[in-house]
Ligand binder design. Sequence first.
Ligand code: NI
Length: 181
Amino acid sequence: MPTNAGNLEVVHYPDPVLRKKAKPVAGVTDEIRALAERMVQLMYDEEGIGLAAPQVGVSLRLFVAHVPEGDGRSATAEPPTASAGPEVYINPVIAQPEGALEPFEEGCLSLPDIRGSVMRPPVVTITAMGLDGRTFTRRGAGLLARCWQHELDHLDGVLIIDKLSQMERLKLRKKIRALEG
Ligand code: NI
């Protein structure tokens, strides 16, 4: 764990930390709280809707997300497609996917300038621990469910460039190569 979470910044592909399988969080400590706080700050600064700990160089199973309401997204729909505020998901597990896979264009704060269509189930259930140390289970749909799945992928070292169609990967290969330097 970093000693000063306030200094953390978003890391970009091809930083190797983005390819590691992250380790479970052992418990909610002051360091974990400081890490989550910094991640929420960076997520807002960079106008993202989610950010996973490996994206700030910390290989732990934790992500933050805030899918704002609007454009038909609602935090009170059943299941919700947005969240009412920033949320922290520690050691998250996703289960019970429902519905045919749907394409949607995704971006990633660790892959500047790259956007591509990714197929995912439209409804899933997530179980995770919050900063209060309690485990919660929620069902989500739409952009909220998509965001959870994208962030959970980060905890397993998976990036959207792994999930693009061959055609799209071809289209984006110059941009991907530019990032690789
Ligand atoms: Ni991402």
